[in-house]
Design a protein around this ligand. Structure first.
Ligand code: NAD
Ligand code: HSE
Ligand code: NA
Length: 434
């Protein structure tokens, strides 16, 4: 069979990994498909010393690749929104399939890009965009196709999990660990995307769409980063038997879709609490299958390239078939996607960890518990730490049962107005069941 001809745009961390694995494992890959996958052209601003480009047509203009009549599939690995969007739409216009690792592009412009691809009868594949090397798109879209999926949650940013793990296990400094994640090729070009949860929200948006059959609605996702998680909270959570993880949570409720990324306390007995370093994990619940969990490296050159090539293999296998032979872009046929809205964060229901500084005298605790019980908020655990050196201050840590966020907001406002509480209340959401 005729080889499938690939053009790679961007030869950085993921691009170089893709190029090198395609070369190294060429025989294994064609043995699986029954045809070769050949890199015909590379579009890169500069050569990458990690890649031997002998015999490959190299261009400095990535749009040459998108228009090259000898290229069947364009692999977009430049990142970013604008140029990447133009590149992908140009490739589609020229009748080419596209493989991309760009979750920002898919989460923000996916509805438009998929519509253009469907009109042209080509496919835009994006397995590498979510949870790196874990085949999570394939698992949900194909492996769980029988199910009514109602919730999923996961650690879906490798950089953030690497930072939290190194901070909590080795007491390392935030900035120092972030620098290492950048050197290892885990971080986004702008690492605030990792640290502030934007990257995880991009991925969660995509997962919620393919799991629930709803449109991509990134702009409505609630996003909170890890930069304000303090070593003190990590330690107190640990004493209560919890780990703090940066979790993406999506739920399909009767009132709408929950779509939120924030630091979350997870009981140490839960599997997801044990996912450390650059590893990612996604838990998905389906009505037929029950609870499932997918684990693997969430970032890095070859783990991500592994997923890029999985998409190339899928395309090569169905290359001569009608586009209906491939799964629908968002897992459901466009006419079966339900326009269900995203719930404001005030409407979500969850448990909370609260930490506050109080005057250590009689009646303070009674008042705090009264403020909570007035709103039907019950307390699961409570801890009081006396300040050292004879100060009259103490730190109080509370873990509550589930309550609506807007009710908790009112309780916190009242607690902060109470004279015996100094400063603001630190609040971290907690999950009991995930
Ligand atoms: N690094 C990871 O672990 C990882 C994992 C999953 C997804 N991704 C995604 O993969 C994509 C690439 O990430 P990366 O880590 O390889 O980034 P990178 O910065 O290492 O590589 C991007 C490359 O593209 C090149 N480039 C950018 N604009 C260009 C242009 N207009 N013309 C020619 N070359 C251009 C850059 O020079 C660079 O070499 C991003 O969308 C990222 O979000 C990365
Ligand atoms: N910067 C991303 C890359 C993988 O998508 C992460 O750290 O998870
Ligand atoms: Na993946």
């Amino acid at each position: 069979m005729k080889p499938v001809s690939v053009g790679i745009c961007g030869l950085g961390t993921v691009g170089s990994g893709t190029f090198n694995i395609l070369k190294r494992n060429a025989e294994k890959i064609s043995g699986r498909i029954g045809r070769d996958i050949v890199v015909t052209q590379v579009g890169a601003r500069r050569d990458n010393p990690a890649c031997d480009l002998t015999g490959v047509d190299v261009t400095r203009d990535i749009f040459d690749v998108a228009k090259n009549p000898n290229v069947d599939v364009v692999v977009e690995l430049i990142g970013g929104y604008d140029v990447a969007k133009e590149l992908v739409l140009t490739a589609i216009e020229h009748g080419k399939h596209v493989v991309t690792a760009n979750k920002a592009l898919i989460a923000v412009h996916g509805n438009e890009i998929f519509a253009a691809a469907e009109k042209k009868g080509v496919t835009v594949a994006y397995e590498s965009a979510v949870a790196g090397g874990i085949p999570i798109i394939k698992a949900i879209r194909e492996g769980l196709a029988a199910n009514d999926i109602d919730h999923l949650s996961g650690i879906i940013n490798g950089t953030g999990n690497f930072i939290l793990t190194e901070m909590s296990q080795k007491g390392r400094d935030f900035g120092d660990v972030l620098k290492e994640a950048q050197e290892l090729g885990y971080a986004e070009a702008d690492p605030t995307f990792d640290v502030e949860g934007i990257d995880a929200a991009h991925k969660l948006t995509i997962l919620a769409s393919i799991a629930f059959g709803v449109p991509l609605q990134f702009e409505k996702a609630y996003t909170e980063g890890i930069s304000k998680v303090t070593p003190q909270d990590v330690k107190f959570a640990d004493e209560l038997g919890y780990r703090i993880k940066h979790l993406g949570i999506a739920k399909l409720t009767q009132d709408g879709v929950e779509l939120r990324v924030h630091p979350t306390l997870i009981h140490e007995s839960q599997l997801i609490a044990k996912v450390d370093g650059v590893m990612n994990a996604v838990a998905v619940h389906g009505d037929a299958v029950g609870d499932t969990m997918y684990y693997g490296p969430g970032a890095g050159s070859e783990p991500t390239a592994s997923a890029v090539i999985a998409d190339l293999v899928d395309l090569a296998r169905t290359f001569d078939a009608d586009s209906n032979a491939r799964p629908a872009h968002l897992g459901f046929q466009p006419e079966s996607i339900n326009n269900i809205g995203v719930l404001p964060v005030e409407e979500i229901e969850t448990s909370y960890y609260l930490r506050m500084e109080v005057q250590d005298h009689a009646g303070v605790m009674a008042k705090l518990t009264q403020i909570l019980s007035d709103r039907g908020i019950s307390i699961e655990a409570m801890m009081q730490k006396e300040a050292k050196g004879g100060s009259s201050n103490a730190t109080v840590v509370l873990l509550t049962h589930e309550v609506k966020e807007k009710v908790m907001n009112e309780a916190i406002t009242e607690i902060e107005a109470f004279d015996d509480v100094s400063g603001s209340v630190t609040r971290i959401r907690a999950e009991h069941s995930e």
